[in-house]
Design a binder for this molecule. Structure first.
Ligand code: C2E
Ligand code: CA
Ligand code: CA
Length: 669
């Protein structure tokens, strides 16, 4: 047992003289610190050596005072130079360990060499010169221990190689002063070695704590990288999100500005997505979004030579940033490829549903000079596509710019418009298809702006919706329309258009109900016209509003049928009285077999569901005849009358009675 103990202690003691090979960070730190201090060590060694050699020049042989010190000095200078160069080199861990080991063992011959040289000089000196040797060796070894602090093993080797012979040598001289110096040196060296151990331990601790600090920093960085990734990712589709899109846009824009090249922004909106969500539920909707996103991403990634960044902005809206100097043709090509992919069938649980997409692009520098303005322009292009070129790609142009300008003008003037004097109402008859008697009038708003003249409702109604004025406008118009309708014969109905904001407002439909009640016109003489788009805006709210109006006794007509999402589920889920077939189908009923077919099937559908069918925009006798044959119940259009003022209605009805020769006819719509 004691033998084993002794062995392990011996092994531990031997380890003190070796460079540690199990801690690469420590050896690297040692190497760094060491390479800075070693030239100082050699400086101490050389200056001390020269001072001693100088004292002995005339008393000792030349080989001892000239040759040996010169050789030792040159070697020391070369080593210093080598170490100075190490500071700027990048070394591997193995390389560092190898060099430190070499240095460690080199201290042995160097220490022994200088010691032997000192002892060889000693006999030639007088008492002073002998003391100088003792002083030289003591000071040099302390200086060396100090400089070798970071490489403890080397410091210990030097101490051992120099101090043991030193103490023995000077003790053996029998000279009291030299013996005292020897003992003194022994004590100081012992103290130095203690300091060395403490310092070295602290140094090793510092290195390891720095290492764990770095590890901690790396872990924190990794965490924040992950947070950054998540904060920039859309959780459903795993595409870059809105935040990422705007960051991407801003940097792409700055880059394009600096390099004076084009960059484009695109906004993409899926057409027909809302009905999928409404009809099949959100989980199917989510799957469709993921799939559409995947397909578009694939197109973007495979697109060239431009680079396309793609992100989900929210809902069924996606964003594109096209970098690399794209031209209009490139954008159209990109839009077309995306459209082709989006239109491919989607595998749903219950059915295949065709989806398409509209894209609006805007190009820097032709469209806008800031990233924000560029986005706005792309948004407007998309709006234009959705309204006029559904499923297509629209690039922002000077014509659209003029449109925006006039939109802004309309919005501003509408804000200050006096609804009671500037707004007017006109009425267009809705005629029974068979008897040709007027069954009611649709009321249409007119704005006579003092600055712009007559503005179309197709322009100012959406403007009022955008600036939040549609509800007061609707209320003002409804009150006046009801007042006019009160003067009509009892069998004539009133059709009034409601906008999406009227039927989907959070406050509900109550203000309109109180207006109806105050008007004195029986609710059963009123039809409210609501478009499909308005209904899809917020189906649940719209359904509630419609149910309330219906409960009062009002009729409900689905307006512009065929232009919106045309989801038959609306027909089933809403308590409709009439469907108004959009005039775009009526216009070419006799020229386009598709339109003819659509109207035929819609009329059949209405018949089955016992809903009245109204054809809008009938301008010719031929159209009227076809519609009659297909079974449309009511007709509206310039063929019978253009919208007229309220004052003209009495005359109009009187003439009709004359023309039809049936003064007392009453048609129930
Ligand atoms: P709408 O409800 O589809 O109204 C029918 C539009 O077709 C009217 O245009 C009418 O003048 C036009 N029209 C009628 N017969 C013919 C025809 O034979 N040929 C042609 N080419 N056009 C015909 P208007 O008055 O310009 O109204 C445009 C749209 O503005 C309306 O479409 C409606 O959506 C909206 N609107 C009009 N007045 C109001 C209103 O008071 N409130 C709301 N919310 N919307 C309104
Ligand atoms: Ca209408
Ligand atoms: Ca219509």
């Amino acid at each position: 047992m004691p033998v084993v103990n002794l062995k392990s202690q011996l092994a531990a003691a031997m380890r003190l003289f070796r460079v540690p090979d199990d801690n690469a960070d420590l050896t690297r730190a040692q190497f760094d610190a060491f390479s800075k201090q070693i030239p100082l060590l050699y400086f101490i060694l050389m200056s001390n050596t020269i001072a001693v050699a100088y004292t002995y020049v005339n008393v000792a042989p030349d080989w001892l005072t000239m040759i040996v010190p010169s050789v030792l000095t040159v070697l020391a200078a070369l080593r210093s130079f080598w170490w100075l160069r190490q500071r700027h080199l990048v070394r591997s861990d193995a390389d560092i360990l190898r060099n430190l080991r070499a240095t460690n063992w080199m201290t042995l011959p160097i220490g022994a060499g200088f010691t032997a040289w000192s002892f060889a000089l000693y006999p030639y000196g007088d008492a002073f010169a002998k003391s100088q040797v003792a002083f030289y060796m003591a000071v040099t070894v302390i200086g060396c221990i100090f400089s070798l602090m970071h490489l403890r093993s080397a410091a210990l080797i030097v101490t051992l190689v120099v101090d043991v012979p030193y103490v023995l040598f000077f003790w053996a001289t029998g000279e009291p002063t030299l013996k005292a110096i020897a003992v003194n040196n022994l004590l100081v060296s012992g103290a130095m070695v203690t300091v060395l151990f403490i310092y070295y331990r602290d140094f090793a601790d510092l290195v390891s704590s720095r290492k764990s600090l770095l590890a901690q920093q790396a872990a924190t960085q990794a965490l924040s990288d992950e947070n950054f990734r998540l904060a920039n990712l859309d959780s459903l589709t795993e595409l870059p999100n809105r935040r990422r899109f705007f960051a991407e846009l801003s940097s792409a824009f700055t880059d394009a500005e600096r390099r004076r090249v084009r960059v484009a922004v695109g906004i993409l909106d899926l057409d027909g997505f809302k009905p999928i969500n409404d009809n099949y539920g959100h989980s199917v909707g989510d799957r469709v979004l993921i799939e559409a996103g995947r397909r578009i991403r694939e197109v973007c990634e495979g697109f060239g030579p431009q680079r396309v960044e793609f992100a989900r902005l929210g809902g069924d809206e996606f964003g594109l940033v096209v970098c690399g100097d794209p031209e209009d043709d490139d954008l159209m090509r990109l839009g077309q490829r995306i459209g082709e992919q989006v239109r491919l069938p989607y595998q749903l649980d219950t059915a295949h549903t065709g989806l398409s997409c509209s894209i609006g692009f805007a190009l820097f520098p032709s469209s806008a000079t800031s990233a924000e303005a560029l986005y706005e322009c792309a948004d407007y292009s998309l709006y234009h596509a959705k309204r006029h070129l559904r499923g297509r790609t629209v690039i922002f142009s000077s014509e659209l710019e003029a449109e925006i300008r006039s939109r802004g003008v309309i919005e501003n003037l509408l804000r200050t418009a006096d609804f009671s004097t500037e707004m007017d109402l006109v009425f267009q008859p809705i005629v029974d298809a068979m008897s040709e008697h007027t069954a009611g009038f649709e009321v249409l708003a007119r704005w006579h702006s003092s600055r712009l003249g007559l503005v179309s409702p197709a322009d100012f109604i959406p403007a009022a919706e955008r600036i939040g004025l549609i509800r007061p406008l609707t209320q003002a118009l409804l009150a006046r329309a009801l007042a006019t309708a009160r003067t009509w014969p009892d069998h004539i109905r009133l059709s009034f258009n409601l906008s999406a904001h009227d039927v989907c407002a959070a406050e509900g439909i109550l203000p309109l109900i109180s207006i109806i009640e105050r008007s004195g016109l029986p609710p059963h003489r009123i039809d409210f016209e609501i478009t499909e788009t308005a209904v899809t805006f917020d189906f649940v709210r719209a359904q509630q509003s419609i149910a309330t109006l219906k409960a009062m006794g009002c009729g409900i007509s689905l307006d512009d049928f065929g232009t919106g999402y045309s989801s038959l589920s609306h027909v089933h889920r809403l308590p409709l009285d009439k469907i108004k077939i959009d005039r775009s189908f009526v216009a070419d009923i006799n020229e386009n077999p598709v339109s003819h077919k659509i109207i035929k099937s819609l009329a059949g559908l209405c018949d089955d569901m016992e809903i009245a069918c109204v054809a809008e925009g009938v301008e010719t006798r031929a159209q009227l005849d076809s519609l009659r044959r297909l079974g449309c119940d009511f007709i509206q259009g310039y063929y019978f009358a253009k919208p007229m003022s309220g004052d003209a209605i009495g005359d109009y009805l009187a003439k009709e009675r004359q023309r039809l020769g049936d003064a007392g006819a009453k048609v129930v719509a």
